[in-house]
Design a protein around this ligand. Sequence first.
Ligand SMILES: *Cc1c(COP(=O)(O)O)cnc(C)c1O
Length: 247
Amino acid sequence: MATIPENIQQLRARMALACEQASRPVHSVTLLVVTKTFPAEDVRAAFLAGETRFGENYVQEGLDKIAVLDDLRSQIEWHMIGPLQSNKTRPVAEQFDWVHSVDRLKIAQRLSDQRPAHLPPLQLCLQVNISGEATKSGLTPDEVPDVARAVAALPRVRLRGLMAIPEPGDSLDSQRQPHHALAQLLQQLQAQGLALDTLSMGMSGDLEAAILEGSTMVRVGSAIFGQRQRHASPTTPIGQSDDTSTA
Ligand SMILES: *Cc1c(COP(=O)(O)O)cnc(C)c1O
């Protein structure tokens, strides 16, 4: 099996090619390395290969890795990308840099209230259920404008943009549709005067489609670390019911 640095190099080449095909500069797309279920040593290996942004889905697992990798804390950005319950917001507000999975105003209010004053504002994205799947969390597109305005007014957080986990599509065209819809929604919010700059979309299986549609941050796990074992968590993470079938 290829090593983590080799996989990162390949992935970076894949992202560069997608940017070229989208006529976009390579630096316009940030890589968020998704480390859920993988040990802290793998995070360190990716860090030593030059990566500095890491995404976790489960609060406790993320906190454990942040603690183990404390020596790197000032050089790493930690992103919470998994479903967040309101009774779990405090450690996230205290320890993470970003939260991509804000799916209701109450979560953002709690994160703002609980963000320590000595830290910069917590960076937020609203998660949107862009494919309209009944089982997935995320705001419906209709709900987004009101929630976005309310979140943007909170003092200790900064709303950066939108995140989605679209239904897997089997062709480039079918994959582009939900990414296109999320990009349109971001543009709509920008036209209403919100200063947003982040489209968190694209994973191992669909990052080309996401980059063609304007993604500014792709979240990639299995293309770097290999297949995940099914997580022993009582809650299935969003969009990962097909964990074992993704490339
Ligand atoms: C697991 C996960 C990813 C990464 O998915 P891969 O297919 O392994 O690249 C991205 N975003 C979210 C929200 C995830 O839960």
